[in-house]
Design a protein around this ligand. Sequence first.
Ligand code: SAH
Length: 394
Amino acid sequence: MSFIQIVLKPGKEQSILRRHPWVFSGAIKGMTGIPKNGDVVAVHDSSGKWLGLGHYAEGSISVRIFEFEKAELSPSIWKDKIAAAFSARKSLGFTDNAQTNIYRLVHAEGDGMPGLIIDVYNKTAVIQTHSAGMSSVRNELVSALQEVLGDRITSVYDKSAEKLSKNSGVASENTYLLGKKEDDVCLENGCKFRIDWEEGQKTGFFIDQRENRNLLGALSKGKKVLNTFCYTGGFSVYALKNGASLVHSLDSSQKALDLTEENIRLNDLDSSKHGLIKADAVEYMKNLKEDYDIIVLDPPAFAKHLSARHKAVQGYKRINSAAISQIKKGGIIFTFSCSQAVDKQLFTNTIISSAIETGRNIRILHQLHQPADHPINIYHPEGEYLKGLVLAVD
Ligand code: SAH
């Protein structure tokens, strides 16, 4: 099969030769035809040398390369890639694990599959395609999942509609591509969570906080904890399970608070030690009514784009200053940013400037990040998005 060729301007092959998978529209000198959104195209340098195969898209990222090795499209490419991703998770202990059956199987560029996320929730795999190209191979992905994971999964849910229409203007429906709705109570480090992959945010759960929730649990015994932006109450469940004396879970969404309450119940935790607060976190943080020992700040991505970065930084600064200035002496703050546009250095600098504002003595105890099932392709540093600091405030 021959593909439309995308020819790059001189010099624009450098990042591709380093295996960065994105071709920006401004890097293109010409094309041998007019590709449709989602078509497989061949990328060549200005002298005609083949560089890779990728999915074409309308927008600023014109091609996302998924094949750097051979100019032919292997019929088993998706199966091979899913098998490689599965094998990596298996060797890390994420599969066939009696304590945790929630993990990310495919993390887009981090697994050589730009535009694709696959999360596993016990017997269900939830697919989220972000590009027309990945959406067009979704049935191949389902077959690959069946072949590679076997009876470990019995259903596959496609949750791409929102992302696809926003990112690539493709209309799609959220639907089961295999099987039907399965048991939605899943396990993470022995904690039970009801996962709403049909209606919930992202694919239903913030899997990326698994290790950070565990760390919070380890510090929670006998402590009063405020978990802001709680969503499913992940941090709250770990805190109560590990003996926190009081946990307040705060979110602006009633649906999130209902989910949190249900997850507390599912784990047979003492609900008299738990309180729900429906509020805007920024407002609530201005004047805390409780003497908390631990505060978790895990806001949604304040900056979705570079253009919103300045405003995002102001947002992080405000809530962090509020937490740092009011937390009890000896208290601990878990503070996060999942904005890809705010990198680790900018995030750390923002927290430093919040600290300076308060004048308190603060030590950084831990620098947190996304876990190993959310790997970062070393040639695609944009894949690093979750940053966190654990601060001890004297
Ligand atoms: N910490 C969570 C994930 C947080 S997701 C976990 O471990 O799973 C972000 C949450 O912030 C969402 O539930 C959203 O409803 C909530 N949110 C967004 N803006 C908010 C605001 N201004 N005040 C309070 N909650 C907010």
